[in-house]
Design a protein around this ligand. Structure first.
Ligand code: PRT
Ligand code: ZN
Length: 288
């Protein structure tokens, strides 16, 4: 069987979570940071450890079949690729930030200004849409320094906590774009590489199984039998809760899966219905 080739950031904000995701799918690999290409011993997957900026290009050129990269990097490169999955981690925003004495009202305040950014393509697209014509100074790092040294009037950069901006005398005035990690592949991948595409399908089933489990809790509790219908209506569950009789004929033991975001509401309602010995467990893997 042919190996599916995945491009992952070598070291940076995406690396750890990308590898954690693959590991959570039961896929093993060696983690010597000096090795730039490695193979899993228990799944047909080949890893290429590269800079995140290069990942869309490698996928587009067919050097890698899939890649994990920030949506910002993917959009900036502008290749016509498939977003296979939205992974949600490494979330941040692309924001306009200006020196503290800049009189900013809205995007039109940027008319005719010089904006320094590592994402000129995304920024220009959004500003043009808002009818703003600005000029763009492309820098690949330390964007925050550019107004101080006089090569730009303001910046458009990625922000997560905002600390870096503050520390460099800038204020965030307008988020214009939100990003997080995505898995990408070539559009023609399915047609041209059917054997490798089958491996991707296996990987995605594993990823989805883990992802589904992440947002659910397994709940087990004892309940007065007379309240069973009411409890079942509250917890919902995948089909219906599993109900087991107890020695005491007035009581039953109930097991079900509850969505994490509803957990506390369900928990409180169950207590009101007389539930006792409520046991809550993480689920490692799960299918529909
Ligand atoms: O070496 P390589 O080229 O692979 O890595 P890199 O340095 O280009 O990228 P890296 O690891 O910094 O970021 C990879 C991806 O993580 C980005 O493309 C984003 O999709 C995502 N991400 C999430 C971020 C941030 N959060 C983030 N805070 N990328 C960059 N930052 C930087 C930002 O540029 C600014 O300098 O962090 C600083 C701001 O942080 P706060 O917390 O002070 O606001
Ligand atoms: Zn980079």
């Amino acid at each position: 069987m042919k190996n599916l080739r995945i491009a992952v950031q070598k070291s940076g904000r995406l690396s750890e979570k990308s590898l954690e995701l693959i590991r959570s799918c039961g896929i093993e690999f060696s983690e010597d940071s000096r090795v730039l290409r490695t193979f899993s011993p228990n799944f047909p997957l080949e890893f290429l450890f590269v800079r995140d900026d290069d990942i869309p290009t490698y996928v587009n050129d067919g050097v890698a079949d899939i890649g994990i990269v920030g949506r910002n990097e993917y959009d900036e490169k502008g290749y016509d690729l498939n977003i296979v999955r939205d992974l949600g981690f490494a979330a941040c925003r692309l924001s306009i930030a200006v020196p503290n004495d800049f009189d900013y009202r809205d995007l039109t305040s940027l008319e005719g200004k010089r904006i320094a950014t590592s994402y000129p393509r995304i920024t220009e697209r959004i500003l043009k849409k808002a009818g703003v014509n600005a000029s763009y100074v492309t820098v690949s790092g330390s964007v925050e320094i550019t107004p101080q040294v006089g090569i730009a009037d303001c910046i458009c950069d990625l922000v997560s906590t905002g600390t870096t901006l503050k520390m460099n005398g800038l204020k965030e005035v307008e988020p214009i774009y939100y990003t997080s990690a995505v898995m990408i592949s070539r559009k023609e991948f399915e047609r041209e590489e059917s054997e490798r595409y089958d491996v991707l399908k296996r990987l995605l089933v594993r990823m989805d199984t883990v992802a589904m489990a992440k947002h659910k809790k397994y709940v087990l509790f004892n309940l007065p039998k007379k309240n069973l219908n009411e409890a079942a209506a509250i917890i919902g569950g995948m089909k219906s809760p599993t109900v087991t009789p107890l020695m005491d004929p007035d009581w039953v033991s109930v097991q079900s899966v509850v969505a994490e975001d509803r957990f506390w509401t369900v928990f409180e309602s169950l207590r009101e219905l007389g539930a006792e010995g409520i046991l809550v467990m993480d689920i490692e893997k799960m299918t529909e």
